[in-house]
Ligand binder design. Structure first.
Ligand SMILES: [Zn+2]
Length: 425
């Protein structure tokens, strides 16, 4: 078997090459090469350029060859916000929402996140793993090669650790890269509710029992908090994220989704990797995000599924200079999709982003949100060969079509993980 792979025939090769996270006008710079080619060695990109440039390399002659026949190639999507592990759908709540019940009304009736908590605690590891495996195959089939995964449906020591251990097992046993996040502070669990010191006692459990175990066993890279009405306050979120940092977990935050709480400001203050949602940011938050290194991750799938009219102010964030990223927020309650192409369609139609901006937000900027910018998010020499190939002739057709999957092939670290040609390297 050849030890290198020559990929040619990309009518458009979107490299996303360049320095630093993309802001403002540079969000539109896809590093597009017409008739592009890649040389992959040991799962890493060894050369990138036009077909003529790459074919001229001595190593290209002996390489295994793959012709894309005019299709479009780009970096595999980096989905920087998912709740991968959960036990079941919440289709029964979907009907209540359509009938007009709000997200918070459903939560008060024991639905919402607590419904998923009940189901997860009752589920076996095997069942959870099987469901997650099936989801990961779907992620790969839609062009995604890296997925962030949050805990947060366990909310007791055994169940949270069960989820985080599964992240580790899944990372080792299937090809899609998994970045593990601890979201113990998702909501106050049922057994702590209705008591004056309930939230306080649960925060102590996180600080004294969960974080030490997670830190010592390296079960997560990031610590996240749902900072919103009905979840945790800014003060409580700060406390959890600072405690997480003591155990080596970098902060990220669910911010300004249902109401404006000041969570985006907290994320900036703590130099969080990202703050996500942002439907309710105000003008001064937007200005502050424009100046910060904290990635602003937008999750339009959530607003779409809930039938909300208010999406995050993407254009104002771009104009202010924020580092914008896009993710699915794959979860059973508010965003049951694992399709980044669908998210790109929503970003264009609802957030008024251009196809080029949306692709940048779903690749290189998303890699920054997960601190994977040195390995993923662009097709450059030395980076992982994480590639998505679409059955289209123009990259704008990726968001233009919706509800159809045009992903023709997905490659992770040089290995075909989805597609017609199951070649391996
Ligand atoms: Zn979320």
């Amino acid at each position: 078997m050849a030890d290198s792979l020559l990929i040619t025939g990309a009518s458009q090769l979107l490299t996303l090459g360049g320095r630093g996270p993309r802001r403002r006008n540079s969000l539109s710079d896809l590093g597009l090469i017409h008739d592009g080619a890649l040389l992959v060695r040991d799962g890493v990109i060894a050369a990138v350029g036009t077909r003529a440039q790459v074919e001229a390399l001595p190593e290209a002659h002996a390489a295994e060859k793959l012709d894309l026949d005019g299709r479009v190639a780009l970096p595999g999507f980096v989905d920087s916000h998912t709740h991968l592990i959960h036990a079941a759908s919440r289709a029964e709540e979907y009907e209540l929402k359509i009938a007009g019940a709000s997200y918070e009304e459903i939560a008060r009736k024991g639905g919402g996140i607590l419904n998923s908590v009940k189901k997860l605690r009752a589920a076996t590891s095997e069942a959870l793993k099987g469901r997650a495996m099936a989801a990961l195959r779907q992620f790969a089939a839609q062009g995604t090669t890296t997925v962030e995964a949050k805990s947060g449906y366990g909310l007791d020591v055994a169940s949270e650790l069960k989820i985080l251990r599964l992240h580790k097992e899944l990372a080792a046993e299937q090809p899609v890269e998994i970045v593990s996040t601890f979201l113990g502070a998702h909501v106050v669990p049922p057994e702590y509710r209705g008591k004056a010191d309930g939230a306080e006692r649960y925060l102590k459990l996180i600080e004294e029992n969960l974080l030490p175990e997670i830190g010592e066993r390296r079960l997560a890279e990031f610590c996240d908090v749902f900072c919103d009405r009905g979840a945790f306050t800014v003060e409580q979120s700060k406390r959890v994220l600072q405690a997480g940092r003591q155990w080596g977990l970098a902060p990220r935050l669910h911010a300004e989704q249902l109401t404006r709480t000041g969570a985006a400001r907290l994320a900036i203050l703590l130099r969080a990797a990202s703050c996500d949602h942002l439907e309710h940011v105000n003008r001064s938050d937007i200005r502050a995000l424009g100046k910060s290194q904290t990635v602003a991750t937008l999750l339009p799938g959530c607003d779409f599924h809930l039938g909300l009219k208010r999406y995050a102010p993407a254009r104002a964030l771009i104009d202010a200079g924020a580092i914008l990223s896009l993710a699915t927020d794959y979860n059973p309650g508010t965003s049951p999709t694992l399709s980044m192409p669908m998210i790109l369609s929503l970003a264009c139609a609802q957030l008024r982003m251009t196809p080029a901006e949306a692709i940048t937000a779903a690749t290189i900027n998303a890699a920054y949100a997960l601190r994977r910018e040195k390995q993923a998010g662009s097709l450059e020499v030395g980076k992982q060969a994480d590639i998505a190939v679409f059955e289209v002739a123009d990259y704008r057709e990726i968001p233009y079509y919706f509800g159809v999957n045009h992903c023709w092939m997905t490659v992770k670290r040089g290995r075909v993980i989805h597609g017609v040609k199951q070649a391996t390297l």
